[in-house]
Structure formats: structure tokens, C-alpha cells
Design a protein. Structure first.
Length: 202
């Protein structure tokens, strides 16, 4: 857990490895009692997880996510959507509270993505996934692999800029929440945490 202050608000950030079922129990054990809870998803992502028991179709997973899942499965069972984020949303709902989305809504993300990722970048995704399946990653532990995979994907300029834009946006959301709450717990995928923390000036 990474802790810091923004004005009068105490902020705790739990870095999580997306996909691993084992991360869910870790998050449940850290939920505690906070005035606010937040997650690195957009509002639509939060609603999808809240209502997942009533949704028949499978959760949409990209080609790159499937390759990531193949590698991360070396460390345990894998499931989508993120078990860690499901655990936070479920635990907070049991408290009668709602999780605050830190990421952009679908419309804003799509606009940002189209402005950032060029046609050439988009076309490279299949090739990137294919190479990523065969690439020899170090696979020392889940956390280092998640970062290594992120570095690999972000060799594509458009994806790298998209990641930075998300980090800046989420940091601003955390700052905004901190204006109205005394404490906050945020769950964020580990590969975005350093950028968010940097934007927070910690």
C-alpha cells in the first residue's frame, strides 16, 4: 500500500495485479473503514462489475489482454474482469456505499484514444500481441511481470501516451475527491500506480 496526504485528506493506494484471482482476497483484507473508495475504472466499468451477475455475455477482452492472461497465469488462476476490482466494488457495496470511478467514461476515453492512437499504432496491435505471446519475459513475480508487460505494450507511442493521459486524469480525480473527504482508499492496477503517484507529487 502507498500512502500520502492531499490537503487534509489521507490517501491510501493499493497497487493490484489485474487478472489474478489471488488479488481479490488481498484487497478484501485491506478495505477497512474509509469515507471514500475509488477504483481505476470508468463509470461504465464500475457498473458492469456491479451488475455482472445479471449480464449474460462474456466480459470483452482484447487480444493483448488475452496474451497478458496467458503469461500472468504462470502465477495463479486468472479471471476477467479484474478480481481485485470486483472485490473492492463488492466489499464496498456490502457497506452500503458506492465506489468512485477514477478513470474516464467511455465517451471521453474513446475520444482521447482516437486523438492519441494513430492508425499505424492500431494496426500494430495484432503484431504486438503475436510477438508478445512468444517473447521471453522474466516472469520473476506477478508485479514485475505486469510492469514489464506494460513497458512492452507501451513501446507503441500511442499506447504510451494513452497510459500517461489516464494517469494524469486519475490523479486529478483523486485530488478532487480529497477536497471533500478526510480519507480515501483507491485500488489501481500496479502498472499505472507510479505515474499516478508522480502526478500527485508524492
Amino acid at each position: 500500500m502507498i500512502s500520502g496526504r492531499i490537503g487534509d485528506c489521507s490517501v491510501d493506494i493499493i497497487p493490484v495485479v489485474n487478472g489474478l484471482i489471488s488479488e481479490a482476497e488481498r484487497v478484501r483484507g485491506l478495505v477497512g473503514d474509509y469515507e471514500a473508495y475509488a477504483v481505476s475504472l470508468g463509470i461504465e466499468g464500475v457498473q458492469t462489475i456491479k451488475n455482472r451477475a445479471n449480464i449474460d455475455e462474456e466480459f470483452e477482452v482484447s487480444e493483448l489482454d488475452l496474451v497478458y492472461a496467458e503469461h500472468i497465469s504462470k502465477f495463479g488462476q486468472v479471471e476477467f474482469p479484474s478480481p481485485a476490482m470486483c472485490a473492492l466494488i463488492d466489499s464496498v457495496r456490502e457497506k452500503g456505499m458506492n465506489v468512485i470511478p477514477l478513470d474516464m467514461n467511455d465517451d471521453d476515453f474513446t475520444q482521447m484514444y482516437c486523438d492519441t492512437v494513430g492508425v499505424t499504432d492500431f494496426v500494430r496491435e495484432h503484431r504486438l500481441a503475436k510477438k508478445g505471446l512468444k517473447k521471453g519475459f522474466r516472469l520473476e513475480n506477478p508485479e514485475s511481470f505486469a510492469r514489464e508487460w506494460d513497458d512492452y505494450v507501451n513501446t507503441v507511442k500511442g499506447y504510451r501516451e494513452t497510459s500517461r493521459n489516464r494517469e494524469r486524469y486519475m490523479a486529478e480525480q483523486i485530488k478532487d475527491i480529497a477536497r471533500f473527504r478526510k480519507n480515501l482508499l483507491a485500488v489501481i492496477e500496479i502498472e499505472r500506480v507510479d505515474g499516478v503517484v508522480s502526478e500527485l507529487g508524492w
